[in-house]
Design a protein around this ligand. Structure first.
Ligand SMILES: Nc1ncnc2c1ncn2[C@@H]1O[C@H](COP(=O)(O)OP(=O)(O)OP(=O)(O)O)[C@@H](O)[C@H]1O
Length: 221
């Protein structure tokens, strides 16, 4: 699903590269934690995977598409197969939970009936069915983050990239969120979760951990 070959990324006016000669393979359906201290290059790596940055050297291949060569006009097509989860999830505050999730399908051209069906299904999965008609800004932080996750899951992405998805959540709520990302509701998608928080790694065990230190990669047992 993901293949990075000798990928380096340097930013202008920065003495050190953000990423150095990274090799990484992630198989379809795999769940991977991407860890490392602040500034190690986690966000940069994710940005390369959704085409927000180009590598300075090396190849970035996502779902068979070489992003290092992709023309910008083809990016929207690739992004349709991706689901992004950020700490700053930006819901439409005065719209209902249902509408916030439905929008992600409507922009993809999904018909009304199918929108109804899929939004209901995904709200069940993230345990928000009872709040479907609530306005987004009346929800708790954890509930809002689950709406954001539902919005990401509804179009059934092949690859989910999450950057500090539990950043603002208390440990119990963070665990709930991670269980969703590891569980059935991602529908077999490949999931990459970036975090600098070691406590998060304790929450879900038995998953692959890939560690970045100063732009270099090491696999942890
Ligand atoms: N747009 C940019 N322009 C210049 N330098 C950047 C840019 N984005 C990131 N960097 C630099 O690249 C390095 C890696 O940053 P990055 O945000 O990828 O790290 P991170 O591991 O995600 O950190 P954090 O956990 O704090 O979010 C840092 O030194 C950062 O200052």
């Amino acid at each position: 699903m993901i293949r990075l070959e000798q990928v380096s990324k340097s930013y202008p006016h920065r003495p050190k590269p953000a990423l150095q000669r990274i090799d990484l393979r992630v198989e379809p359906g795999e769940f991977v934690y991407l860890t490392g201290p602040s500034g190690a290059g986690k966000t940069t790596l994710l940005r390369l995977l959704y085409g927000a940055e180009l590598p300075s050297q090396g190849r970035v291949v996502v779902g068979g598409t070489d992003l290092s060569r992709l023309a910008p006009r083809h990016l929207p097509l690739l992004r349709r197969r991706l689901g992004l989860v950020f700490q700053d999830f930006r819901l439409l505050p005065r719209r209902s939970v249902f509408d916030n999730v439905a929008l992600s399908l409507e922009v993809a051209g999904v018909g009304r009936r199918e929108v109804q069906r899929r939004v209901s299904e995904v709200l069940e999965q993230v345990n928000l069915a009872s709040l479907a008609q609530a306005l987004a800004d009346t929800l708790s932080g954890g509930e809002q983050q689950r709406v954001a996750l539902a919005r990401t899951l509804a179009p059934r992405p092949d690859l989910i990239l999450a950057d500090e998805p539990t950043g603002n959540l208390d440990p119990d709520t963070a665990l709930g969120m991670l269980r969703l990302l590891v569980g059935d509701c991602v529908g077999g998608a490949t999931v990459l979760v970036a975090t600098h928080d070691p406590a998060l790694l304790e929450l879900v065990r038995g998953v692959r951990v890939v560690n970045l230190e100063c732009g270099r990669l090491e696999e942890c047992a």
